[in-house]
Write a protein that binds this ligand. Structure first.
Ligand code: SAH
Length: 344
């Protein structure tokens, strides 16, 4: 079966070849994105014969929900098995009137950040644009009819900039009015920091927000935590980030996972100030979400507050991401990891 979501750009052509009028493709797209209907047989304004033709060739949702967990704070997480057996996760977060989804871009991850659950077993493959979009639709369908998705973060499993073409194809549908209609300003692509891909985003005038996972203020420490840094270096990363900022004019976000003793010292905060003080950035500090089997710890509230104080008094704009859904292992890769451990 073909994945309809991977064939949306060809749908018009496919329908034309079957002598269908030009308004059929927009009708199908309207059912899927606006009416939240995936089953062709329920698309009541299409002729029955066409519904059968579509159903014989395409599937809209191709993955199986392995687990669906809900936590007290309203966070819901899906563990999905793809057609080829690959497993990915995606999350719906509820915060006041925000309905944010966190979506995966790859099965596993090749970046190997030492504190992250997603990369522990390497990468199996890139997700197709359809598989990325499918996560968004499955999460959309968890909402009551009068609620809409408001934000997307590409912060699930995988490195989105290592699969940029498919990520951008999926986000085109997420941001277009015929698709999910989510403003590009509310869509964030989070990256470990691959300069060539960041430069490409600057060149193509990419309209989404960029968040860069910095996690350390110097190369020695960053290479220990984020091994791909060895071949990149903070200087080249910041140069690419500056290029993106110059091209887009939009404030960049840097992410910093606080790991007890490792990168939460006062001296780290001061070094970070030096890197960021002349840049228009938002620093997103994330207290570590512990991963079973890994030796890292969340810092104490006191050292988190101290870290925050040093950056704030230096005039760096800073935000603390609240931990949400940690009871259901909502941090990237944790649920899949847990399942792999249980199965092995
Ligand atoms: N590959 C992308 C997306 C990864 S997930 C990237 O590197 O940005 C989004 C963020 O969560 C990244 O900053 C990542 O480093 C961070 N992260 C990974 N594991 C974490 C954990 N256990 N606790 C807190 N943050 C974590």
């Amino acid at each position: 079966m073909k994945h309809l979501l991977d064939n949306l750009p060809k749908l018009n052509e496919w329908l034309k070849r079957r002598d269908q009028p030009g308004f059929r493709a927009p009708q199908v797209i309207d059912w899927i994105f606006q009416k939240r209907i995936s089953d062709f047989s329920a698309m009541s304004n299409l002729p029955a014969s066409l519904r059968e033709l579509l159903a014989a060739e395409f599937e809209t949702l191709t993955s199986t929900i392995v687990t669906h967990s809900t936590s007290d704070d309203g966070t819901e997480k899906l563990l999905l098995r793809l057609q080829d057996g690959g497993v990915v996760e995606c999350v719906l977060l509820r915060e006041e009137n925000r309905r944010t989804i966190c979506v995966s871009s790859q099965v596993g991850c090749a970046m190997g950040c030492v504190f992250c659950a997603s990369g522990l077993d390497g990468v199996l493959r890139n997700l197709t644009a359809g598989e990325i979009l499918e996560q968004m639709l499955l999460l959309q369908r968890l909402l009551p009819a009068d609620e809409r998705l408001s934000h997307i973060v590409m912060m699930g499993m995988g490195e989105p900039l290592a699969n940029l073409d498919n990520v951008l194809r999926a986000l085109d549908w997420a941001s277009s009015p015929e698709g999910l209609g989510i403003s590009a300003r509310r869509i964030t692509i989070s990256t470990v920091g691959l300069p060539a891909a960041i430069q490409r985003m600057a060149r193509i005038d990419c309209k989404y927000q960029l968040a860069i996972s910095l996690h350390a203020p110097n190369d020695e420490l960053r290479t220990r935590l984020v091994p791909v840094n060895e071949k990149i270096g903070i200087e080249a990363l910041l140069a690419a980030a500056d290029q993106f900022f110059a091209a887009s004019g939009r404030k960049l976000t840097f992410e910093y996972v606080l790991l007890q003793v490792i990168n939460d010292h006062e001296s780290h905060a001061h070094e970070l100030v030096e890197l960021l003080k002349h840049r228009t950035v938002l620093l997103n500090v994330i207290p570590y979400n512990p991963v079973e089997g890994l030796p890292f710890k969340t810092p104490s509230n006191r050292s988190i507050a101290q870290f925050k104080e040093i950056l704030q008094s230096a005039g760096i704009e800073i935000r603390f991401r609240q931990r949400k859904g940690d009871k259901i292992n909502a941090a990237c890769g944790q649920l899949r990891r847990q399942q792999m451990v249980e199965l092995s």
